[in-house]
Structure formats: C-alpha cells, structure tokens
Design a binder for this molecule. Structure first.
Ligand SMILES: *Cc1c(COP(=O)(O)O)cnc(C)c1O
Length: 397
C-alpha cells in the first residue's frame, strides 16, 4: 500500500473558512490543537481563552451552557455562568462535592426526586455531608434549624416537588439562608427557566436535569449547574467537574440545543394540557386527589402564581382504590405511555411508589403523599381533547 495515502488519511481535517453554519456545530473532538507551544502555554496558564480538552470544556457544550445561563438570569441584570454535566445526578453530585470540601449539614426536603434522596442518603452521607430532611415550606423551621446548626453549608430544594407538587417560597428561603451565610441550591428541572427563575429570588445555584424539558424529546441524558457566582463556577465547581470527569458529552448537549429552540412553545402547551387534565381529574368520581399548583384548591396556588409564570406540565393524582386501581388505569391508557421520565413531547405516566420512589424509605415516601394509588402524569403536547378522552376512557368502570 502507498504510505503517503496512509498519511493523508490520518492528516487533520479542517472546515474551510467561509460563512458560518446556521445551526450550532457539533464539536466531537476530545482535544483542541494549538498553532505554537507558546499558545498552548498561554491557554493552559489561563492568560488566553481557548479550548484544551473536552473534559475541561467544549465549544458546543459551552455555547449551550451560556444560553441556559442567560435564560436563568433573564431580566435580573445578573451575568450567570454555567457548566454542563453528564446527567442531572452528576450536576447535584459535583456541586455538593464542591460546596462541602469538609462535609457539614445539608438542609433539604423529604419530597425530592427519588434519585436525589438516594444520593444524599447512600453516597453523600458517607462523605460526611449529612442530609437533614425538613418541611421547607415552614420558614420558622428553617430559621430555627440554621440558628441551631451553624455547620449547615447549603439548602437544597425543589419547587414544585415531584410528584407531590408542593411549593416552597424561593425568596423566603434565600433571604433566611443569606442571614446565616448558607448557600441555596434549587433543582429547577420541573419548571425550566421559561416558568421559574430561582436566581431572580436570590438563589445561589440552579441545577437541571436537561434530560427532561430542556431536551424535550427524550433523546439524551445531561445536566447543568448555573450560578451568578463566577469565582465558584470558574474555580471549585469547574475543578471538581473536570477532575471527577462528570462532564457532559457534546452530542447530548447538541440534542439539548436542538430541543431548546422549541422550549417556549412546548412549555406553553405542556402547561395548558396539564391544567385541562387536572380540572378534568378533579371532577372525576374515581379520583380522590389531584396535585397541581394551577388548581385553586392547591395549598401552594397563591405562591405558585407569584413565583411561576405558568403552572407546568406535571401533575399527580390518586386513584380511589389504591395500588391495583392505579395500575389498572395506567394499563388502560392508550395515548399516554408508561415511562420513568418526564418532559418529553408525548404524555407519560409513572407509578412513583413502584418506580421512581421504590428505593426511598417507606415512611419518607408516605409522609410526602406518595401513596400506592398515586399516578404521576407528564402531559405532552398532544391536542388537549385527545388527552382528556384517553384518561376518561381509562378511568371508566
Ligand atoms: C431526572 C431528575 C434528576 C436526575 O437527572 P438525570 O438526568 O436522570 O441524572 C434530578 N432531579 C430531578 C427533579 C429530575 O427530574
């Protein structure tokens, strides 16, 4: 074989310069090259902006991360920074390792995403980060706790919680935490910045599983950490991310960038469908309870109206008759699929007690309303009447 042909195959390919592509390029390159060693030194020493290695940063990922940061910071005057991670769980894990180098107490709630509760109990507790579960809707309880536990490094919360849809007051939590020098972290996955922007209420860090609404089409796993605090983000958080290798991959980020283009349209329709379905379920005799912050009867309705722009696409309801009745209804749905995720364009249902919350301690699960008859719905963007007919049919008999 001709050896020059072999060398030509191997030689670096470059895109011809010219007008730029209309869509975000997908940079599938583990490393980035330099014209000279001096340039390499300048980038490594941080004197020159540049890419080095995709575990440190990647152009596709950075472009998307900054867009999500800008959405989270919208209309606040804040310049936010963001780092994408390999999953939502990685975002939480990396941030905790960064914020708690020597351990300490982490104040949180019992009704978190099931995986997060497990991470706190089974992994972080072993690293001297002690999770304490409280009702964060109770400001006095939070204040008392911080007063009596000065070693509390952070408060981690979700609002609305999922699947119970409880609402926590972001402004109240952030102002109490600031008085005690405690960081605040919000998992904003259920809302996206189109619906709720925690940094506008003074929250220090926002994390997402971009796997859900931000991707929107169920095609990849990724996460993100967003914060106005440049020194934390460029310092310790980035360092932990890069050294633990919890980095996002460019392809998953690119899929999120694609999904993000329709986020506003999707969140509008998800919310409209959830509102219509919640009202329908409320009036159904086979349903004993509906949890949706858009309902007037929801205890957090007034607060949700203040801190959320829409009420979102997630709701849960309890089928009278418990576990067997709930499973029967789920099996009879035709338009909605049974799948353990949310935020996709199609309607998805899940039985939390036997899936997402299977490994969460029973007392904690029941205390937070995750009963055996509870069904979680992530409404898709189907025509609302078709969706309601599907549930009407499934609940019949
Ligand atoms: C899915 C989810 C996570 C975990 O995200 P992954 O991308 O699956 O790692 C964390 N928090 C919430 C609220 C979620 O829904």
């Amino acid at each position: 074989m001709n050896r020059q042909l072999a060398s030509l195959c191997v030689q670096k390919l470059s895109v011809p310069t010219g007008n730029p592509p209309q869509q975000l390029p997908l940079h599938l390159s583990s490393s980035f090259s330099f014209e000279t060693v001096e340039e390499s030194i300048a980038v490594f020493e941080g004197q020159k902006e540049g890419f080095v290695y995709s575990r440190y940063a990647n152009p596709t990922i950075s472009a998307l991360a900054q867009r999500i940061a800008d959405l989270e910071a919208f209309d606040t005057g804040i310049h936010a920074h963001a780092l994408m991670t390999s999953s939502g769980m990685a975002a939480i894990h990396v941030l905790m390792l960064a914020l708690f180098p020597k351990g300490g107490k982490l104040l949180t709630q019992g009704n978190l995403y099931g995986g997060t509760t497990e991470l706190f109990i089974k992994v972080l507790a072993g690293l001297n980060i002690e999770p304490v579960f409280a009702d964060l809707r109770d400001a006095h309880q939070v204040e008392d706790f911080l007063q009596n536990n000065p070693d509390t490094g952070a408060i981690f919360l979700e609002t609305p919680s999922n699947p119970g849809m409880d609402i926590v007051d972001l402004a109240t939590i952030s102002s109490i935490a600031k008085r005690y020098g405690c960081k605040t972290i919000v998992d904003n996955t259920c809302c996206t910045p189109l619906i709720q922007r925690p940094m506008s209420h003074g929250i220090d860090f926002v994390i997402h599983s971009t796997t859900k609404y931000l991707n929107g089409h169920g095609t990849g796993i990724a996460g993100i950490i967003v914060s106005p605090d440049e020194s934390w983000m460029r310092g310790r958080v980035w360092e932990v991310l890069k050294l633990t290798g919890a980095t996002c991959n460019a392809f998953d980020a690119w899929m999120v960038a694609n999904g993000l283009r329709t986020l506003a349209l999707r969140m509008q329709r998800h919310s409209e469908n959830a509102g219509r379905l919640a009202h329908f379920l409320m009036s159904h005799p086979a349903v004993s309870r509906v949890n949706y912050p858009g309902l007037n009867s929801h205890p957090g309705h007034a607060l949700a109206s203040r801190q959320m722009d829409l009420f979102g696409g997630l709701l849960s309801f309890e089928v009278a008759g418990g576990r067997d009745a709930a499973l029967r209804v789920m099996n009879k749905l035709r338009l909605a699929s049974i799948a353990p995720t949310f935020g996709d364009v199609e309607t998805l249902v899940l039985h939390p007690a036997t899936s997402s919350h299977l490994k969460v301690p029973l007392d904690m699960r029941l205390a937070n309303g995750i009963t055996d008859g509870l069904v979680r719905v992530s409404t898709g963007i189907e025509a609302p009447n078709d969706l309601i007919s599907d549930f009407e049919e499934a609940l019949r008999g």
